[in-house]
Design a protein around this ligand. Structure first.
Ligand SMILES: Cc1ncc(COP(=O)(O)O)c(C=O)c1O
Length: 384
């Protein structure tokens, strides 16, 4: 039977390549085809949302990175945080979460979970074992992020895990800063590690992705079920890009670390700077815990300036040529943002004592001397 062009366009399928390639194929597929009706049901994967070759390879790489046995991919980091938490709680439960959680995660905990009948309470990121004082009979989850967003507190994760395990409470840790290279929460007994792949894994500021990792079979099934119920998936092109990013993660991280340390040390000598919030610096209040539980640092940290006028601060930002202003981090480029508008902490948080504005800095892969010259020019303009 001769078929019309429109029909033939729909049924044209090229030869599939069978050669071995270094990288997995990107299969752009919602529909998967089966030869017989009996193959249709029960096939895994039976539908593109479950992921294909590139997703399996990314999941395997993430398991290597985090010493996990299971990884679930999500379309961005916030969704990974929401999935990890949502998979563990039901109406009537209570969750404890760090006061320094990434803002939108804290908003999800405060706003969305409340609507779902789950009570969420903040804890001091430096509380350690005294978290036991906050536990209620219905506490199901302790949610950590270490270092904390913007303020870089390092939690005493083993002490908190110890308390949680004694009470049958699950622990989740946002490991985006550690990226699996610098920190392995599952090795410390944490039940679920979460990453925004958008940051260092992808590394080029061009793609969103997230992942939820565990090595506990029951936890993994809870994450799978919740992910299925919420319809969570990651597109194949984005999975491919994240996987490509992982190949060079260690090398990029080493470069971010070296440049970040040089700039953090330089900043700590500047008269305009009151405090550098970088856990690898000896003067950081949690340096000892960081040294025990992390294997290195990266390019992301904050500084608290001495008191400065709004005009002086504006002149500083206007003078910068290499440090651009923009949310996010982990890419090849250097970024700087004033953080005070997004510093939403409980009353009595140590940050209430700060003298001047808090700036978060991401040190990219540019030549460090150029970056230092850029910041110097900013400080000179600030003082004019
Ligand atoms: C610590 C942390 N977790 C999660 C996220 C969310 O990641 P995404 O932007 O991919 O949703 C971010 C984003 O900045 C983050 O900094």
């Amino acid at each position: 039977m001769t078929k019309d062009t429109a029909t033939r366009l729909i049924h044209t399928r090229g030869r599939r390549l069978a050669q071995k390639t270094v990288n997995p194929p990107i299969e752009r597929a919602s529909t998967l085809l089966f030869d017989t009706s009996s193959d249709l049901y029960g096939a895994k994967p039976g539908y593109g949302r479950m992921g294909l070759a590139v997703h399996r390879e990314l999941e395997d790489a993430l398991c290597v990175l985090e010493n996990a046995t299971f990884a679930k991919l999500t379309s961005n980091g916030l969704q990974a945080c929401a999935l990890a938490i949502g998979s563990q709680v039901k109406a009537g439960d209570h969750i404890l979460f760090t006061d320094s959680a990434y803002g939108p995660t804290a908003r999800y905990l405060d706003r969305r979970l409340e609507k779902m009948g789950v009570e969420a309470t903040r804890f001091d990121p430096r509380c350690g074992a005294t978290i036991s004082n906050l536990i209620k009979p219905n506490t199901r989850v302790i949610y950590l992020e270490s270092p904390g967003s913007l303020t870089f507190e390092i939690s005493d994760t083993p002490a908190i895990v110890d308390v949680a395990q004694q009470r049958g409470i699950r622990t989740i840790l946002d490991n985006t800063w550690g990226a699996g290279i610098l920190h392995k929460p599952l090795d410390l007994g944490v039940d679920i590690s979460v990453q925004a792949l958008t940051k260092y894994a992808v590394g080029h500021a061009d793609v969103f992705g997230g992942a939820v990792m565990s090595r506990d079979k029951r936890v993994a099934q809870e994450i799978i079920d919740c992910g299925d119920d919420w319809g969570i998936s990651l597109g194949p092109d984005d999975a491919y890009t994240a996987l490509r990013g992982l190949r060079s993660l260690k090398t990029r991280m080493d470069a971010h670390e070296a440049a970040g340390l040089r700039i953090a040390n330089w900043l700590s000598e500047r008269p305009e700077v009151s405090q550098v919030l970088h856990p690898a610096l000896e003067q950081h209040p949690d340096h000892v815990i960081w040294k025990r539980d992390f294997t290195g640092s990266n390019g992301l940290f904050s500084v608290i300036l001495n008191a400065v006028s709004p005009e002086g601060l504006k002149r500083f930002f206007d003078a910068l040529e290499l440090f651009s202003m923009g949310f996010s981090w982990g890419g090849f480029e250097s970024l700087i943002i004033p953080c005070d508008p997004q510093l939403k902490r409980s009353k009595g948080h140590w940050i209430d004592q700060k003298v001047g504005p808090l700036l978060r800095i991401h040190v990219g892969l540019e030549t460090v001397d150029d970056l230092i010259a850029d910041l110097r020019a900013g400080f000179e303009a600030m003082g004019e």
